[in-house]
Design a protein. Structure first.
Lengths: 389, 248
């Protein structure tokens, strides 16, 4: 197999800095050496490759944009995005692990946490000694988290949590859960450590998608946590949405990685598969598919790079992130489906990565705000009219 | 311990190289470059020696500005300082080694490490030449290094086995695959490398004695031929091996 050479039809590399390129190349090599050889096995077994965790930590993949004093790399957002792209070229589950740890656990602790919470948790999460998860979605409240039932009541020096979360990435693995619950009717974030009485996190099974990722329920039955476990600067739905916005930014880049893997596979296959005495790449209908793929990848790359530069300048609107997440995941999924078609019957085999990416992208299209919700977010932004209800 | 690693910036192994219009250099358009793979073992060895004995590490490369990218990677892996010996001219191994040696002479290094060869021109001459210019012992194709009180025991790869040799510092060593498992530059290392210095110096001039006259690619491989798929094909196969391929 030829080593993956990247997809760069518009010489977008010339817009990257030396360290952005080096970060991208390093993670690309890491994924080639450590993720691709083992991922199908984990996808079949429905397990997360836990031995990647210390290696990912060593590379600095957790919280890589946060300050060095917490043991983080303090990279810019473009480098972070490129890292997410490369991880997802391996597998969406591996990217999800890094996204959750970075954008949904370390980011809220960093943004909403007390000094003690930051000093205690961030270095341990950066080094991979502790794993986190983010519990927002509930069985009855997905796209509409404002309606959540999970709540906290004050009791002496404690808060008592009751309720249930569902679809929580890394829930069963996590040492600490960032849990969103209502206190006197207002949403706040709480840190719940593994092993607290009244807290359990059973794994959900039967997934056809994101199989190399652990997805769990979080159940709270009169779970008491000390008052200092509240994230003090959280207030209202805006706080978890700020976290989701970080994660969606990474997903917009990640989708490009999946799309690249599918395109690269389809292109190589089309050039070597002979039918009617010619490589199938010589047929116009195949070329049309390949051209669609490379065009959409190129557009997605440009969206990512621009939202990255805006984010680094502090000028990024969340609606712009919605546009990129919506567009890139949608087209990545279309690209995966086309790649599957180009590979014919081989497309359904796990000898090739395309069907795994396709199945993964079905989750990616739904989580962190569904495709439709992002349509409504951009729709509201351009018309001034909210159309959610 | 002061450790100097000399590294090279070479075409990526996946690159399909074309000969340039002058017929004696490669066409650089569209060629991706990378850190010479054998040099990664040398860098890792330097980092491990530093971790064990303390001291300082330095990388050096002779070439144009493009070599900075490769020097930066070495810095991101953990090397502390870099020197670019600026030179855009075409030199033979002798001339490159001479310029490297002139620079290294000023550094009073204990260990000078190289990859066993550059994967571009395959001359495999530079480590030995540098050692010779500096009057130092040199060990090539090294797969293990053990340093104790200035005494150096190296294991080398030889045809069909290994050889253990003894020498002392200062010395030149050329790393072979298997010496270690080179680390990835971490994201923190990449950020740290941004602030590490790459010092630019003019490479010392030195004569070249070998000139490249032409460069050409091997003739394209003949397509394979399927003579048959069962035992009936054997006589024809033998005839062709005898008469066409002339290997029997
Ligand atoms: C593998 C996986 C991992 C996940 N990880 C996490 C995690 O770590 N933490 C976490 O909190 N959550 C997680 N989620 C949950 C995810 O964020 C939710 O599934 C998502 O928000 C959608 O909610 P829902 O599934 O309840 O769908 P619903 O909200 O029920 O939506 C169903 C359909 O209706 C559409 N719809 C809903 N409302 C509207 C409307 N107003 N207008 C038009 N269409 C509408 C949706 O777009 C969708 O197509 C994960 C999900 C998956 C699949």
């Amino acid at each position: 197999m030829m080593k993956f050479q990247g997809v760069d039809y518009y010489n977008i590399e010339s817009l990257l800095s030396e360290e952005e390129i080096l970060a991208r190349s390093t993670i690309r090599e890491f994924v080639d050496d450590n993720v691709i050889p083992i991922i199908e096995k984990h996808n079949r077994a429905g397990t997360y490759p836990m031995d990647l965790v210390p290696k990912m930590a060593e590379l600095g993949l957790f919280g890589s944009t946060l300050p060095a004093k917490y043991g983080c790399a303090e990279m810019n957002n473009v480098a972070y995005g490129l890292v997410m792209q490369e991880l997802e070229r391996g597998d969406s589950g591996v990217r999800s692990f890094a996204s959750v740890q970075s954008a949904l656990v370390m980011y809220p602790i960093y943004t909403f946490g007390s000094e003690q919470q930051k000093d205690y948790w961030l270095p341990k999460l950066a080094s991979g000694d502790k794993i986190g998860c983010f519990g927002l979605t509930e069985p009855d409240y997905g796209s509409n988290p404002a309606g959540m039932i999970t709540h906290a009541n004050e009791k002496g020096n404690c808060y008592v949590l009751n309720g249930a979360k569902m679809w929580i990435t890394n829930g069963t693995l996590a040492d600490v859960a960032v849990v969103w619950a209502k206190l006197n009717g207002v949403i706040h974030g709480f840190l719940v450590e593994k092993g607290r009485k009244g807290f359990s996190a059973p794994e959900m099974t039967g997934k056809h998608s994101l199989r190399a990722s652990v997805t769990s329920e979080l159940i709270f039955q009169d779970c008491e946590i000390p008052k200092e476990n509240i994230l003090p600067k959280t207030e209202g739905l805006k706080s978890p949405l700020m976290c989701l916005n970080q994660a969606r930014y990474g997903i917009a880049w990640g989708a490009v990685g999946s799309a690249m893997a599918c395109y690269d596979t389809a292109l190589n296959y089309a050039k070597s598969r002979i039918q009617f005495g010619k490589p199938i790449a010589s047929f116009q209908m195949i070329q049309e598919k390949l051209v669609y793929m490379v065009t959409e990848i190129t557009k997605a790359q440009l969206l990512c790079l621009q939202i990255g530069r805006l984010k680094d300048r502090g000028k990024l609107k969340y609606q712009q992130v919605s546009m990129a997440k919506r567009n890139n995941v949608h087209h990545a999924l279309e690209i995966a489906r086309m790649a599957r078609e180009i590979l014919g019957a081989n497309g359904i085999l796990d000898e090739y990565p395309v069907m795994r990416h396709m199945a993964n992208l079905e989750s990616v299209k739904t989580y962190e705000g569904t495709h439709e919700m992002h349509t409504l977010i951009v729709g509201e932004d351009i018309t001034g009219i909210p159309a959610y209800v | 311990m002061k450790i100097v690693v000399c590294i090279n910036h070479v075409p990526d192994t996946e690159t399909k190289v074309k000969v340039g219009t002058d017929g004696k250099t490669i066409d650089k358009a569209g060629v991706n470059y990378m850190l010479n793979p054998y040099d990664e073992f040398a860098i890792e060895a330097a980092l491990q020696l530093k971790e064990k004995f303390g001291g300082e590490t330095l990388v050096m490369s002779l070439g144009g500005d493009a070599h900075k990218e490769t020097l930066r990677k070495a810095l991101a892996m953990g090397i502390e300082k870099a020197i670019l010996l600026k030179d855009d001219s075409i030199r033979d191994s002798y001339s490159i080694a001479k310029a490297l040696a002139e620079e290294i002479r000023t550094l009073s290094a204990d260990c000078i490490l190289f990859g066993k060869q550059s994967i571009d021109y395959y001359n495999e001459e530079i480590p030995g030449l540098v050692a010779e210019f500096l009057g130092l012992p040199s060990v090539s194709v090294v797969v293990r290094i053990n340093i104790n009180n200035g005494k150096v025991i190296c294991e080398r790869e030889i045809e069909g086995g290994h050889e253990v040799v003894e020498t002392k510092i200062p010395l030149v060593m050329a790393a072979q695959k298997g010496l270690n498992e080179p680390r990835y530059p971490s994201l923190k290392g990449i950020m740290a490398a941004k602030t590490k210095p790459i010092e630019e110096r003019q490479a010392a001039t030195a004569s070249s004695y070998v000139e490249v006259l032409t460069m050409h690619k091997p003739p394209p491989k003949q397509p394979g031929k399927i003579i048959g798929t069962d035992v009936n094909a054997v006589p024809e196969l033998i005839r062709l091996l005898r008469e066409e391929a002339k290997v029997l």
